[in-house]
Design a protein around this ligand. Structure first.
Ligand SMILES: [Zn+2]
Length: 144
């Protein structure tokens, strides 16, 4: 009975594929900032600051949706059902946070992927879950 009631109260809208993606308008990546030293991280279950060692508290912050391409790899072989090639990358955000992501809407060619290239975050529905909700993921795409 309680399970049924809880299930009925579940939101029916889209859901993020990872917890630090917030599907606000516009969507954003959620971060946390150490109140002792200012070190910033993606929001997670972090219990202590890797820079100063303090156990918080951490302030919740909204990370920038623009960054720069730090490094990438063009992936030619992946799990079954995952289209290749794709560009697996690490993007640096202005808040000193590095984000693992996929770069989309760009040729998977080093000539089209200069290090330091400005990129911006976008979201896309990548599948539908078993409750019929859209599952939304984030990607980065060239900003210019
Ligand atoms: Zn700290």
């Amino acid at each position: 009975m309680a399970d049924t009631a809880a299930a009925a109260e579940q939101p029916k809208g889209p859901r993020p594929i990872i917890p630090f993606l917030v599907l606000d308008d516009p969507p954003y990546l959620a971060g946390i900032r150490c109140t002792h030293c200012g070190a910033t991280y993606l929001r997670s279950g972090r219990v202590a600051c890797a820079k100063c060692g303090e156990a918080g508290p951490f302030d919740d912050i909204r990370l920038s949706d623009h960054g720069t391409l730090y490094v990438y790899s063009i992936v030619h072989q992946s799990a079954p059902g995952i289209p290749v090639p794709y560009v697996a990358a690490i993007v640096d955000l202005p808040e000193q946070v590095a984000v693992r992501c996929t770069i989309v809407d760009v040729r998977p060619d080093p000539a089209a992927l200069p290090y330091g290239m400005p990129v911006k975050m976008i979201t896309r529905t990548v599948r539908t879950d078993k409750e019929g909700r859209d599952v939304v993921a984030f990607f980065f795409t060239p900003a210019s």
